[in-house]
Design a protein around this ligand. Sequence first.
Ligand SMILES: O=C(O)CCC(=O)C(=O)O
Ligand SMILES: [Fe+2]
Length: 202
Amino acid sequence: MYQTKNNTPEPERIELNHESYLLIYPNWSQLNYQLLRNSIAWQQHSIRLFGKQVNEPRLSAWMGDPQCAYRYSQQLRLPIPWCEPLKELRQQLNRELGTYFNSVLANLYRDGGDAMGWHSDDEPELLKNAMIASLSFGCERRFLIREKKSRTKVGEWALGNGTLLIMAAKTQQYYEHSIARTKKTVGERINLTFRQIHISAQ
Ligand SMILES: O=C(O)CCC(=O)C(=O)O
Ligand SMILES: [Fe+2]
C-alpha cells in the first residue's frame, strides 16, 4: 500500500454527498486492547426514556481538557482527566490530521446486546463541521450511516481492531450513525470518538 512520509497508509475516502465525506484507515493503531480497557474508568450512565431512567446499553467515559463540559443525553458531563494511552492517541491524531481534539467519548460495548441508536454528533458545544475521529478496538461491529431527512441507509462498515474512521465536513448535519445490536456471539469492543469542544474565551 502507498505510504505517506509519516508511514500512515492512504485512507479509503467515501463521498457521502458533495459536502460530507468519511475517511477510513484500517489498522491505524496497534494499541493493546487490555491496556486500553484497564486504563479507562468506565461508568454506567442512564438516560430518561418515556419518563423512566434506564441504563445505557454500554459503559462510557467522557475524558478531556478541564474546560470540556459536554451536555449529552440531557446530562452535563464534566471530563475526567486524560489517561496515558488516550493522551498519546490524541497527540498522534492531532499531529497527523492537523486537528485540535481536546476531548474524547469512550464507549465499551460489552457484548452484542450493547449498541448505540441513531444520532448525529451535532451538540452545540462541538466545533461546527470539525472532524470527528472514531477509533475502534476489539471485536468488529457494524457501523451504519443513514441520511437524516429521508432515513435512507447509505452504507455500513465493519469497523475492526485499530480502524480509524473520520467523519468530516457536514457529515453530522446531513447524516446519522449507529452501532447495530447483533444476536451473534461477539466479544467486547471499545470505541473512542475524539472531538473538538468549542472553548469560549472567559
Ligand atoms: O461506537 C461507535 O463506533 C460509534 C460511537 C458514536 O457514535 C459516538 O460515540 O458518538
Ligand atoms: Fe456518534
